[in-house]
Design a protein around this ligand. Structure first.
Ligand code: PLP
Length: 406
């Protein structure tokens, strides 16, 4: 079946609004996706009809809320292709997912003289926690390099894996320049040396089918709000065998088995890692977002975005004053660029005047920007509601920007 973004847009109330009297051209889905009515309805239905705290209630409403929350976990499990729903831990977002792994598994495994390997493509969320952990432990953070196109140098990556490497943390898709990393190859190389791998799937999970077992990931992190779901909810997959060995993260209510004044024993996973009242409505909203995406089909979403990315690349390459940053052969969803003689923030402001929403800045990837020797870029990122007309509006607005400054 063909994919019609015009029909998809009808599912998103935000597109009924206009920006500065113009239709909204939303090209900032990599920062956060807009929300379909189905997600908004699922959340408000829960608050209106089924709301109570979970787990601890013996009454029917609490049992219903618990069932809905656990159904959402099961949806995430199926969405990621995990074997068991206990391998899915709800967190606030990808950032918290990675911090959880760094401060539980990481802290228990990384010691003085050990090494952690990340890539030059990482979002700060998958860099700073490892940097902090290495500082705390007197360990070394190694950075796998990229070439001038923004493609990961796999040979150099493999060369960094040694006897002291305790974990590899690697993005699936770069939010800053769109590079799609061959994570199956990353896990193969790392596992050959017995090293576990965390994949940051924040930009991948909304864009194509992810199968954590096929990837052979040990940890896989993503955010609900980039997946057309609500803010405040995300999840991390942790491979079962590792899960059982992982010490708790935050402590308090909901994650215990038995507490005395002297001692505490902990609940089995996933509750062990979900202290306190979780974002129940967020999990339910995330489940609704997954249902929505699966009804469209992740394969169709992937094809649609690939076609649009190719078209967008062509349109931007046709403007001599525009230079695309990140030209890897395999890219997904993101077009980062600079305009000769115009600061990216000015580009963003001029595009905004045309109703075109893009992001301008370092995209939480300052070291990567330094490698490309730019302080910032403008970034157009794609979602399921974008079409060629959006790209045409972006190109027209960029022509205007060039005219203004040259
Ligand atoms: N990792 C990647 C690749 C991202 O693009 C982002 C957000 O832009 C994050 C991690 C952090 O996501 P969040 O801010 O939802 O925690």
């Amino acid at each position: 079946m063909s994919f019609d973004p015009a029909l998809v847009r009808k599912d998103f109330p935000i597109f009924q609004t206009t920006m500065r009297g113009k239709p909204l051209t939303y090209l900032d889905t990599a920062a956060s996706a807009q929300k379909p009515q189905a997600v908004i309805d699922a959340i408000s239905r829960f608050y209106a009809n089924d709301y109570a705290n979970i787990h601890r209630g013996v009454y029917e409403l609490s049992a219903t809320a618990t069932r809905l929350h656990e159904q959402a976990r099961e949806k995430v499990r199926a969405f990621l292709g995990a074997a068991e729903s206990r391998e899915i831990i709800f967190v606030r977002n990808a950032t918290e997912a990675i911090n959880l792994v760094a401060w539980t598994y990481g802290r228990s495994q990384v010691n003085e003289g050990d090494e952690v390997v990340v890539t030059a493509l990482e979002h700060h969320a998958n860099l700073v926690p490892w940097q902090m952990l290495c500082k705390e432990k007197n360990a070394t953070l190694r950075i796998a390099p990229v070439d001038a196109s923004g493609t990961l140098d796999l040979e150099a990556f493999a060369g960094l894996l040694g006897d002291r490497t305790r974990i590899v943390a690697c993005t699936h898709v770069s939010n800053a320049i769109g590079t799609h990393v061959p994570v199956e190859e990353i896990t193969r190389l790392a596992h050959a040396k017995g090293i576990p791998v965390l994949i940051d799937g924040a930009q991948a999970a909304p864009r194509f089918v992810v199968d954590v077992q096929a990837i052979d990931a040990d940890f896989y992190a993503f955010s609900g709000h980039k997946l057309y779901g609500p803010t405040g909810i995300g999840a991390v997959y942790v491979r079962g065998e590792i899960l059982d060995e992982m010490p708790p993260y935050q402590t308090g209510g909901g994650m215990i088995e038995r507490v005395t004044f002297e001692e505490t024993t902990f609940a089995p996973p996933p509750e062990r890692f979900e202290a306190g009242t979780p974002d129940i409505a967020g999990a339910i909203g995330l489940g609704a977002a997954i249902d929505y995406l699966e009804a469209i089909g992740l394969d169709r979403i992937e094809r649609h975005e690939a076609e649009l990315l190719a078209y967008g690349t062509e349109c931007l390459e046709a403007i001599p004053e525009v230079r695309i940053i990140g030209t890897a052969a395999r890219k997904t969803g993101v077009l980062s660029f600079v305009v000769d003689g115009v600061h990216p923030h000015d580009v963003g402001t001029i595009l905004d005047g045309e109703g075109v929403a893009v992001r301008a800045g370092h995209h939480c990837a300052q070291p990567l920007m330094n490698l490309f020797q730019v302080p910032a870029t403008a970034r157009a990122s794609l979602g399921i509601y974008n079409d060629r007309e959006d790209i045409d509006r972006l190109a027209a607005a960029l022509h205007k920007c060039v005219e203004l400054f040259h």
